[in-house]
Design a protein around this ligand. Structure first.
Ligand code: ARG
Length: 319
């Protein structure tokens, strides 16, 4: 089985991270202020542990420069949608996050200059799309799942289809706590979809059931959703969460996934977790020349999964 490129991620060190405004129900300025000293210590340690874990699992991390007064710049998942070397730059709904747009554009530009990406394009002026946080690539089905409602606009679907040449499925987000699709919905390497039912409208759920076979649906509890387990990162069959109930961990292990937990409590106070803190820049479709040849669904190999630092070819399948 040929080894493909390791997953590549853009991250932003949390030097200026804080909760200084509130644009989602998680953002508790008072709690942040009250425990500012504790958070000052934990934020960097938590971020560094996440980065170390990603690198241990074989990911390559590119860093962008942290900038004062744009505290949510750490959430690089919102920078752009990336596929086949092309980046569609984000536009934010709220003015506080619109200030991040030029910094994310510069970071993506730097990746283009380094030949890590091929090109970047902007959205039309009136369209909001908050990057991969609301537009999740599904490598098995070769389509994007797009969340709309609280942040991104529904018209973004046409732009995504035109830009990348792949279909989209729109998910209507109906619970303010799950304001980005990546807080309510997660795509695993073998094509399973983890989701919290309460965050999706009934028509979106119907669409999900139409496109995802029952054995590939993993419905999570409200408790797991509220611990942001749907905002985890997958590196092949390894999954990284800020927290995940033993029940869900067992369910995932039965399907051949190995979960690692690393606390990201200070970022959760802003409404984001592991997925939000990273942007995948290496997603490639089957038609892309860099794409690895696809094989059958990877067969779980538990011995393999438990050898932590070891990265095997099987891990890169649908990474
Ligand atoms: N405070 C940020 C916001 O409300 C958190 C973003 C988290 N990112 C994500 N992809 N879920 O926009």
């Amino acid at each position: 089985m040929p080894v493909e490129y390791p997953p590549r991620l853009l991250m932003c060190p949390p030097r200026h991270f804080e909760v200084s405004y509130s644009i989602n129900p998680w953002m508790d300025r008072e709690a942040w202020r009250k425990y500012a000293d504790t958070f000052a210590q934990t934020t960097e340690a938590e971020w560094l542990s996440l980065k170390a874990l990603l690198e241990q699992f074989g990911a390559v991390v590119d860093l962008m420069v942290p900038v004062p007064e744009v505290p949510d710049l750490v959430f690089t998942a919102n920078a752009a949608v990336v596929l086949d070397g092309k980046a569609l730059l984000a536009r934010f709904r709220y003015p506080e996050r619109r200030l991040e747009e030029p910094h994310f554009a510069a970071a993506i530009d730097a990746l283009v200059k380094r030949n890590i990406l091929k090109s970047s394009v902007s959205l039309p002026a009136y369209i909001v799309l908050e990057g991969a946080g609301d537009c999740i690539w599904d490598p098995q089905r070769e389509l994007f799942w797009i969340g709309f409602g609280p942040r991104s606009s529904k018209q973004a679907t046409m732009i995504v289809e035109d830009t990348f040449g792949f279909p989209t499925l729109s998910m209507d987000l109906v619970d303010a706590r799950f304001y980005h699709l990546d807080t309510a919905f997660s795509v695993l390497s073998n094509g399973e979809i983890m989701y919290f039912k309460g965050a999706l409208s009934s028509s979106s759920l119907r669409m999900l059931y139409e496109h995802v076979n029952i054995c590939d649906r993993i419905e999570v509890s409200e408790q797991d959703a509220c611990s942001m387990c749907l905002n985890g990162i997958r590196i092949g069959r390894r999954l990284i969460f800020s927290s995940c109930s033993p029940r869900l961990q067992r369910q995932l292990a039965d399907r051949g996934y190995f979960a690692s937990v690393t606390s990201l409590s200070s970022f959760m106070l802003s409404g984001g977790s592991a997925f939000g803190l990273t942007l995948r820049t290496g997603h490639a479709s089957r038609r892309h020349p860099r794409a690895r040849p696809r094989t059958q669904r990877a067969t779980p190999n538990l011995g393999d999964l438990h050898s932590y630092g070891m990265v095997t070819a099987a891990d890169w399948i649908a990474a």
